[in-house]
Write a protein that binds this ligand. Structure first.
Ligand SMILES: Nc1ncnc2c1ncn2[C@@H]1O[C@H](COP(=O)(O)OP(=O)(O)OP(=O)(O)O)[C@@H](O)[C@H]1O
Length: 251
């Protein structure tokens, strides 16, 4: 791999007494779409938050395009689509204003949008199919439309790395299809995507690689390899795909 876009080295995250992530390492190159898979509480959000700089690891190091997360954020290198519950949906902003936030780092201190900012926002709204709803208050959208608005903010930002926490949770089929197709397009444009998901069946179409997480990184491989019953059993300890793990797989 040429210089990695994401380089997580031996990262441990702890919240008080709770050890959320233990010595996790992960490197992703340009154009990768990587799915984080694991049980509830396995550390998926913590890993995403460590990469964004929202959570400070107890030990270890995160680099995004060679820079620590906060510096990478200032350089507009990473965009983050949070889980729905991490957002205040009563905030009085329109969909267009949310997407324009992706341009703030590209604007001067007055934050007056220039033509290329307006064009980037229009194009991002179009790509996620929200042009018609651009004037609506963000909280007046459905769950799937809200996710699409945040994906549009990431697109408008032109970040090299997109991090998405459960983009398909509580999302309608149309939004799921739009977001999946967009992630593939963004990867083809050379962006890197890291996403946490519970949707194991969608993994092979959606992702070029996958990580099995259970506080530690158990496996980082192709989606097909990660989905092997004996590997899933390592993380979930049960028959999640309705198949029986191979005998002796856990020994
Ligand atoms: N702010 C916090 N304070 C205390 N404990 C936390 C905090 N955030 C997460 N945890 C704990 O850290 C562990 C990992 O949580 P995390 O949210 O990273 O897992 P996850 O895999 O994303 O879970 P889910 O699939 O339910 O979203 C869990 O035990 C969780 O309860």
């Amino acid at each position: 791999m040429s210089a990695p876009v994401v380089d997580v080295q031996d990262v441990t995250v702890r919240y008080g007494d709770v050890l959320a992530l233990e010595r996790a390492s992960l490197r992703l190159g340009r154009g990768a779409v990587c799915g984080l898979v694991g049980m509830n509480g396995s550390g998926k959000s913590s890993l995403l938050k460590a990469v964004t700089g929202l959570v400070r690891p107890e030990s270890g190091r995160v680099l995004v395009q060679g820079a620590p997360p906060l510096r990478a954020r200032r350089a507009q290198a990473l965009a983050y689509v949070p889980q729905g519950e991490d957002v205040d949906w009563t905030f009085p902003v329109s969909v267009r204003e949310v997407v324009m936030m992706g341009r703030h780092g590209h604007q001067g201190p007055t934050r007056r949008p220039r033509r290329r900012d307006t064009e980037a926002v229009d194009s991002a709204l179009e790509r996620v199919g929200l042009t018609e709803l651009a004037g609506r208050q963000i909280g007046a959208l459905s769950g799937g439309q809200r996710k699409r608005a945040f994906v549009a903010r990431g697109i408008a930002q032109e970040a090299a790395l997109l991090l998405l926490d459960e983009p398909f949770a509580g999302v309608d089929k149309r939004s799921e299809a739009t977001i999946s197709a967009l992630l593939a397009e963004l990867a083809a444009e050379g962006r890197t995507v890291l996403i946490s998901t519970h949707d194991l069946h969608a993994l092979p179409q959606l992702c070029t690689e996958a990580v099995l997480l259970a506080r530690r990184v158990l496996l980082h491989d192709t989606p097909a390899e990660v989905l092997r019953p004996e590997n899933l059993a390592l993380a979930f300890g049960l028959d999640v795909l309705g198949r029986t793990p191979a005998t002796g797989a856990l020994t």
